[in-house]
Design a binder for this molecule. Structure first.
Ligand code: PGA
Length: 251
């Protein structure tokens, strides 16, 4: 794991945006990106939009796959991740909407939807860079603690703590769906480069367990310890509890 600690989330997000921009350039514009939602990647998307707006970056040939989506929310629902991606990112860059893939939480057959999603990822040759956030319980995607470390894209039930955390995006706590579709941990691990962002003191326990704790299904993000190319981008607050912070800085 490469662990990069920045003074604040603004600088960290700038670094993440430049890392993604470099990956797109390396692939001559034809990169396949895995994308995340939530609060954490917003500044990174803003920085990418800035680069695209001044003509330093084009998404014309980029393909994207999002990590997860709520079951039962149509795109017209502002709390859906499809709506989030459109408003916060896709509508502001020159990406081809037909190359932006999200799981369909309205699909009548979720098993088939997840199978086809994995097939689509395989057909484009896999994901070059997978952007990840980190849940307070150390989930990645919506792989809650106890998720199989070998899991593939599938239907999951959210924990009540994740539903409570995400309630701020909904009119009420009861409105947060119980079910989601999410890439599995093994699906995420197949990306050639994983880039996880975590900001704020609230994430410091999950960061500590992910990086320095034992690997196990109780800490889904700890599977990243097994990834051959994983970059963890933190701000100072999220890194507070790490015991080998000086070594990470030396590296
Ligand atoms: P957040 O969510 O970026 O809104 O903190 C992260 C996650 O739950 O994966």
């Amino acid at each position: 794991m490469e662990i990069a600690i920045f003074k604040d989330s603004q600088r960290a997000s700038l670094a993440a945006a430049h890392l993604l921009a470099r990956s797109i350039a390396t692939k001559n514009g034809k990169a396949v990106l895995g994308l995340a939602t939530g609060q954490t990647p917003l500044q990174t998307y803003t920085e990418l939009v800035k680069l695209a707006t001044v003509g330093k970056l084009s998404f014309r040939d980029v393909t994207t796959f999002n990590l997860d989506e709520y079951v039962g929310l149509p795109e017209s629902n502002p709390s859906s991740y499809r709506s989030y991606m459109r408003t916060k990112f896709f509508s502001q860059i020159d990406i081809d909407p037909s190359k932006c893939h999200l799981l369909n939480g309205m699909a009548p057959d979720s098993v088939e939807e997840c199978r086809i999603y994995e097939q689509k990822i395989a057909r484009v040759g896999g994901i070059d860079v997978q952007l990840l956030g980190l849940g307070l319980d150390a989930h990645i995607g919506f792989n809650e603690p106890s998720s199989s470390l070998a899991s593939r894209t599938r239907l999951k039930t959210l924990s009540s703590s994740t539903r409570a955390t995400n309630a701020s995006y909904f009119p009420s706590r009861d409105a947060v769906p119980h079910h989601v579709l999410t890439m599995g941990l093994a699906t995420v691990m197949e990306a050639r480069h994983c880039v996880l962002l975590a900001f704020g003191i609230g994430k410091s326990d999950a960061v500590l367990k992910m990086i320095e704790g034992p690997l196990g299904a109780s800490v889904p993000a700890s599977i990243l310890q097994m990834h051959p190319k994983c970059t963890i981008i933190l701000d100072e607050e999220a890194a507070t509890k790490l015991t080998r912070k000086n070594y990470y800085r030396e590296v």
